[in-house]
Every structure is written in structure tokens, then in C-alpha cells.
Design a protein around this ligand. Structure first.
Ligand SMILES: Cc1cc2nc3c(=O)[nH]c(=O)nc-3n(C[C@H](O)[C@H](O)[C@H](O)COP(=O)(O)OP(=O)(O)OC[C@H]3O[C@@H](n4cnc5c(N)ncnc54)[C@H](O)[C@@H]3O)c2cc1C
Length: 402
């Protein structure tokens, strides 16, 4: 009887889970006995790390042909319920119908969503760069601003959150606005971070470079106070300051997809499901968690995978391999990713490339930017639809960052 692996999500983790599972099934010569199905709204991989960029092009490459080349089926839909007790998922199809699908192994790779706390006006008035539709909505809004009457609110952009995404977004903004408004416009670009310093999670190493880059772009940095309220034409800070603006871009962190809450077991403060060394959900037999929904140890020193595509690309390969390996009798592969790097885009200044969890800066400015360009245009894109070439890099011990 055919056994079923179902994967929810076709992002970095879901796509590589599917490719790695297909490789394991082929290695065991069990293609006729195992069916691998990816469920996601569409057969494309959204390149979320680029959504802060000024030009929103080629950000959702098709993976349908890639899946077909390795014998993976794609079902367009959204997984709504996971019944771990009787190994079934319920899927909402694009025509509004609901379908129940049974699985032998289920891989949750549904990613994360922007964290939106109950700040008054946030959901109604703020923009963000979390999903492709959001990045496109921001782009349309920015391009429509010059048609409005000139006011301080029109000419001021406020980025809420001075973490990784906030910094990349704000560093790109002055140049992006000059292209939209022209070089003569009087513009203000502000980043607001509630911690005492910009880039609180990035540590002291990168900070002087971040401050230099933002100062060079004319970005104002406000720290030590958060965003308290947002309207269509202003933002109020926690310290009472009111800044006139038509554009607040919210970037304050991510939470695991709500589906993760349906999986029994321990969840961390980001909603991620605790995984064992093989990426099984610890409390749910036959379910694997991967990418942004997985709380997984990267090493034996106490570090956990970040919500990052660097980790999702490896977590995906391991989860997919292990889901298939359990069905076809191959050895399971433990997840480990001891090397960690960060590449932070700082707009026209360049980028910072750092190594280690303490982020030791190795390259800055143009050298850093060249690496960022390589990552953002090559490394994270899905491969060509060539079965042998894909299987050569879909192994669970593939090293993402050499
Ligand atoms: C602006 C921005 C900048 C970033 N910059 C970086 C960076 O520089 N470096 C880095 O490493 N990381 C970066 N990240 C983080 C990185 O994008 C994520 O960690 C990565 O996308 C996680 O991969 P994933 O496959 O787990 O989830 P995702 O890429 O979010 O994919 C989730 C998939 O699940 C699907 N899905 C969602 N819900 C359901 C459902 N109910 N049923 C079925 N399918 C579903 C989605 O359609 C999608 O296909 C950035 C993120 C953002 C938003």
C-alpha cells in the first residue's frame, strides 16, 4: 500500500524537505511505494529575505517544475487542521472546498508571520515587508506619495523596530525615496527602537558600522522608546512624542505559523515547536517540524536555530530526509549546523558579513555587499529542475555555509 508524506509549506524549509525526501525515497528505490505531497497556496517559493528591497521582482520563483522533476506532487491549498491522533490534515482548497488527507509522516514547514502586538492603529495603518503582498502594498504606497499634497507627514517615513529587518528596510529607504520623489525633496527617514541601542540582538560588533551607515544615509535613530499608537498621518511614541507621517513600516519580530499551536508538546515564546535531534515534534509521533516553526538545537553549546533561511535550508533537508527514511528503512540523520553567519544589508553603504553567534565582523561595505548580493540572488533561490543535480545537493548533511 502506498505510504504518504505530506509537507505543509513550499518556502525554504518545505521545498528542501520535499527534495530531500524524494532523494531518500529514490536512494531506497521505493518511488512506487511512497507519495510525497506538498500543500501550499501556490507552487512557488517566496524569497522573504528580499522583501525590504526597492525593486520587487523575481521574488516568488516557481517550484512546480522542480517538484515534478523529482516526483513530488503539489496541492494548492491551506492546511487548516492537523489531527495528530489519527494522522490526518484538513485542507482548504482554492475553490472553498475542504479536503481531508491522511498521512504516514507529516512535515510542518508553514513558516512564520510578523508579530503584531495590540498597538492602536497598527493593523489598520502600518505597512510591513513580511509577505510578498505586504511588500507590494508598501511599494504601491511609496510610489503614490508624490501625488499627494506636500506635508511633513507625506515626506516622513518611520520604520518601527531597529532589529535585522528594520535596519535593512530603513537603510534602503533614503535612496529608494530619492528615486520616487527626486533629489530635491526634503525627506525624513526615522527608525524607532525601544531598546537602548539600535540592533539590540546583533550585539556590539556590528553596531558601529550600522550607526555609521545610517548616519551616512541621513537616517534618524530614536532608541529607548517604542511605538505606542499609529494613525493615517502620525505615529505616537512611548515617550509622548508625535511624529507626523503617512508611512509607518512595522518590523518588530516574527512568530511561528499558528498551525504550530495545534501540535502537542512544548512551544517557545515565538510559538515554535520543540524538536528532537531528528526534528520530530517531541510530543507527536510521525510529525516533523522544520524551518521557522521548529525549536531545534544547532550545536551542543546551547544555540538554537534562528528564524532564518540559513537555518531553514538545512532544517528542511534534515526533516524531509528523516520523514522518508523512517518509511523506507534508511538511517535517520541528526540536525546540526554549528557554523552561523550573518549578512546585514546597509543600503548604499554596503553590507556587514559576520561570523559566529557573537557576530565577529569579517567584511564590510562593498566586500560585504558582494556577499549579500550572492546570497540574495543565488544561494537562496531554488535550483533548476534537474533531478540528478538536485539530488546531489539535497542530502541532509549538505553544508549551507562552508
Ligand atoms: C523582510 C525579511 C528579511 C529577512 N532577512 C533574512 C536574512 O537576511 N537572512 C535570513 O537567513 N533570513 C531572513 N529572513 C527570515 C527568512 O525569510 C525566514 O526565516 C524563512 O523564510 C523561513 O523559511 P520557512 O520555509 O520556514 O518559512 P517561509 O519562507 O515563511 O515559508 C512558509 C511556507 O508555508 C506556506 N504556508 C503558510 N501557511 C500555510 C498553511 N496553513 N498551509 C500550507 N502552507 C502554508 C507559505 O505559503 C510558504 O510557502 C527574513 C525575513 C523577512 C520577512
Amino acid at each position: 500500500m502506498t505510504k504518504h508524506i505530506i509537507i505543509a509549506g513550499s518556502g525554504f524549509a518545505g521545498t528542501w524537505s520535499a527534495l530531500s525526501a524524494a532523494r531518500a525515497v529514490a536512494l531506497a528505490g521505493k518511488e512506487d511505494a511512497i507519495e510525497i505531497t506538498v500543500i501550499s497556496p501556490e507552487p512557488s517559493l517566496h524569497i522573504r529575505p528580499r522583501f525590504y528591497e526597492a525593486v520587487i521582482e523575481n521574488m516568488d520563483p516557481d517550484v512546480g517544475k522542480l517538484f515534478a522533476a523529482v516526483g513530488v506532487k503539489h496541492v494548492a491549498g491551506i492546511v487548516q487542521n492537523i489531527h495528530s491522533d489519527w494522522r490526518q490534515v484538513e485542507v482548504l482548497l482554492p475553490n472553498g472546498a475542504r479536503q481531508k488527507l491522511a498521512y504516514d509522516k507529516f512535515v510542518l514547514a508553514a513558516g512564520s508571520k510578523l508579530f503584531q502586538p495590540p498597538v492602536p492603529g497598527l493593523r489598520e495603518h502600518a505597512f510591513n515587508v513580511d509577505q510578498l503582498t505586504n511588500a507590494k502594498a508598501l511599494d504601491r504606497h511609496l510610489k503614490a506619495l508624490p501625488a499627494r499634497p506636500e506635508t511633513p507627514a507625506r515626506n516622513t517615513i518611520v520604520v518601527a523596530g531597529g532589529g535585522f529587518t528594520g535596519i535593512e528596510t530603513v537603510a534602503e529607504m533614503p535612496q529608494r525615496l530619492r528615486e520616487i520623489f527626486g533629489t530635491q525633496a526634503e525627506l525624513r527617514v526615522i527608525v524607532v527602537e525601544q531598546a537602548p541601542e539600535i540592533g539590540p540582538d546583533l550585539g556590539p560588533g556590528p553596531r558601529p558600522f550600522i550607526e555609521e551607515a545610517l548616519a551616512e544615509q541621513g537616517v534618524e535613530i530614536i532608541t529607548g522608546t517604542g511605538v505606542a499608537a499609529i494613525t493615517a498621518d502620525s505615529v505616537t511614541l512611548g515617550n509622548g512624542e508625535v511624529i507626523p507621517t503617512n508611512t509607518v513600516i512595522w518590523t518588530a519580530g516574527a512568530r511561528a505559523n499558528a498551525l504550530a499551536a495545534q501540535i502537542p508538546g512544548t512551544h517557545d515564546r515565538f510559538g515554535r515547536v520543540e524538536a528532537d535531534a531528528f526534528l520530530h515534534a517531541k510530543a507527536a509521533k510521525d510529525i516533523f517540524v522544520t524551518g521557522d516553526v521548529a525549536l531545534a538545537a544547532t550545536d551542543t553549546l546551547g544555540n538554537n536555530a534562528a528564524m532564518s533561511c540559513q537555518h531553514a535550508l538545512s532544517l528542511g533537508r534534515v526533516a524531509g530526509h528523516n520523514a522518508a527514511a523512517e518509511l523506507v528503512g534508511l538511517a535517520l540523520h541528526p540536525y546540526a549546523q554549528p557554523k552561523y553567519v550573518t549578512c546585514l544589508d546597509l543600503g548604499p553603504w554596503g553590507a556587514i558579513f559576520s561570523e559566529g553567534w557573537d557576530r565577529q565582523v569579517k567584511f564590510t561595505r562593498d566586500e560585504g555587499k558582494a556577499i549579500k548580493r550572492e546570497i540574495n540572488t543565488k544561494w537562496i533561490y531554488p535550483p533548476m529542475a534537474d533531478r540528478d543535480a538536485v539530488f546531489a545537493i539535497a542530502n541532509p548533511d549538505y553544508v549551507i555555509v562552508p
